[in-house]
Design a protein around this ligand. Sequence first.
Ligand code: NOJ
Length: 675
Amino acid sequence: MKKIVLFSILALAFAACRPSSDVSVSSPDGTLSLRFEMADDGSIGYSVQRDGDTLIATSPLGFLTGEYALQKGFSLIGKNRMDHSSVWETVWGEERLIEDRHNALTVQLRHASGIRMDIEFRVFDDGIAFRYIFPGQEQLYLTVTDELTGYRFTQQAEAWSLLWRTEYYEGLWEKRRIAAEDNTSCTQDTLCSPLTIEFADGTYAFLHEAALTDYPAQNLYVRDGMVCTCLTPWRGEQGETKSGTGTVKAYITTPFSTPWRMVVLTRTLPELVASRIMLNLNEPCRIEDTSWIKPMKFMGIWWGMHIKTMTWEQGPRHGATTANMEHYLRFAKEHGIDAVLAEGWNLGWEDWKHFSFTEPYDDWDMDYLSALADSLGVQIIGHNETGGNAADYERELDTIYRYHARHGIHAVKTGYVAPVIRTTDGLQWSKGQSGVRHYRKVIETAAQYRIAIDNHEPVMPTGLQRTYPNLMTQEGVRGQEWNAWSNDGGSPCEHVTVLPYTRILAGPVDYTPGVFCFENPVIPGTRVHSTLMNQLGLFVCFYSPLQMACDLPEHYMAHADAFRFIEEVPCDWEQSRLVDGRIGDFCIFARQGRGTADWYIGGITDEEARETAVPLDMLEDGKTYLLTLYRDADDADWLTRPYAYVIDNKEVTNRDTLQVRMAAGGGFAATIKQK
Ligand code: NOJ
């Protein structure tokens, strides 16, 4: 486990204090403050201020359960204050070191029914968070039918969001109005968490949850101008309360803590992107030896299936054959790519009903390939598509992971293609409590076999990678594959300029960048809406410690000079920053390779061409660097001339500014290496 460097923990008051009306807590630099509020009827709420202005007006807290209405009737029986400042080291990430500085307030409550409940608030300089804690108390089982947490933002706001029933979160994020007075625009249109919010005064918020554990994922809707919580329900019999008082969302047994509810609140977009509140709210790493968890770039027998030149199942165009995998492994070795994924290597693809994860097709020689991979020093990434049959998968986890580990496979891409999954509790939403339990079981079991997970069709990430760094990346996005077969023609250029500010703020994304061939054999008219340089820019703008270069070796060799950037770009960083951007328009990221002096810059734009200027002030003073810039040619355009690019080399220092033009649907990438 990485060492946690604790600078200071200052406990101001551990013991319960007498109730007081002044129940508030400010952030370490005093910018934000949060007040816990209780009305005469014992109903509870909170409000948030920044520099004296109210950002979140009094908003409700509490629960409805099948047993009790934990909505009012509370009395305050004590409070604790604790200030915290520490720096911890990530196993992998967008930064090596993360600072956690916050002030905490825990209010201790007793409900009229006798139930004890605490609420722990944490106030950071860039946001607030809180969770409900039910301390151990005799025989307390609750069936939560509604969580009442609300967020009454005081300003006019627009939120980037997805509808909660968007299958696998694979949709186009849209901007919707959150109106302070008007409740017609999106009332009852339940949305997925997270929301990225733009306020009328040009400031921002990111509303999400952290450390989702044994509880349903939150969804959000707007009622009377307030953002309200709607937990994902149980389905079937488990979804019915005995007393008929609503739909069951969660079964909890004390002691129990809910996931954190968090709102990042910043004045600028770079600050929003830089916030690490979500990771700080998750528990420290529970895996003792993390030396086997390695960030990797990988290729795969994959895109061929999506563009239908190969098949998952056996036949004349079967992709995952021994010969093809050998070709990929040798190509990866030659080009410094760490790993190769293979889909369709195992029995079951004919009907998607009975997958085996320990029996290969007979044109796949697992022993030979694992020995070859080992001798080449290239990893094999396994693939376990369950077709949504989580229950069978869970039952066999040990056998499956033992088999993979025995063949030297230490990363597995899991898949759950089914609108509802079959868990040990029957057909359930994957983001309901039962689904959340399943995914956790997978991560924990995989860790025992030293296997990292790339989870497709997941629950929206909530920062669990801090605790389980073997959960390396997840899908939960309308990824590149849609550009191969989507009837709507592929994702619009804007899509990739929304994701860094929305989905990717929730965690690493397996988007699969790197298409180098834009002729689509599957559906005429459907294609990747980007220039080749935009594809390179994605490797820096989209963070994933397992980063796939998704195209075929022959397509890469057709542009070997541009492929050089993919060979060189790391996927693990010392530090990262958003240099410039606007949600849905463009973004430019700069990242320093972990443990190196070298920087990588990536930019992507929507359908509008843009001139950009990137000051190189992140470079070390007094040092000279060699910059290689991969940029759109002057006449490049995603639709008409996607392959038109130029590669320039020059010496730069931290006094220089990089001027680059991005074409429509274009982008750029740069390596900046210290001489
Ligand atoms: C959907 C996943 O997103 C994709 O990556 C995978 O190839 C297919 N399912 C098959 O498992």
